[in-house]
Design a binder for this molecule. Sequence first.
Ligand code: MN
Length: 242
Amino acid sequence: MKVLFVADLHLSAQRPDLIRAFIDFLENTASDCDTLYLLGDIFEAWIGDDYVEAELQPVIDALLVTSKNCQLYFQQGNRDFLASTGFTASIGAQLLEDEVLIQLPSQQALIMHGDQLCTDDLDYQTFRSMVRSEPWQQQFLSRPIAERLQIAEHLRTQSKQQGQMKASEITDVNLTAVQQVMNLAQVGLLIHGHTHRPATHKVMLQHSVGCRIVLGDWDSTLWYLQCDEQGCNLIEQKINAD
Ligand code: MN
């Protein structure tokens, strides 16, 4: 069994190198995998399933090919939370809830994008509740594409500016929130992305010591998690510049 996880690729027309790297990843690393979990922020922005940048179409096509012999699962991130069943159908994937307990070859794991664990960032959590609400989404999706692109651009700029002003502890996960979700799910392994701080952490749980694996973002290197019967390995790889 080969189970793979990726998150925070932030694919966009502005990064053809990352688009190539991901297609390369699908054709090589993922060619013999049983399951591939896409844990959010695969795309830098997503304004609705009715609009796909032309540059991203090869990614959609490659994912659909991969789905023929590998089960694909997709969780929404804070950038691509509007990617819904229209999108997942186009890549042959199954859309997952925000927090899901899964069975890996070696153990159970709780998986999520991770932004919901950043509970110290109150502004962000307020924003998240708003944009994840049904009324906001219905209203946003009813707007013309050009208008949606403008709003998305505006929100991105705002979030970048706010992010720069925040202390790094605020934009990281809250440890109590981590312990809470793991204790509640009675699970010893948590896998998430979002913070762009790839690492494996020990977590003190109610009755045991658990493990939290944080996926890395794709930029100058790519990151993925590979799990099999022996356990899980967080892997970093160089991205070919040419
Ligand atoms: Mn994120």
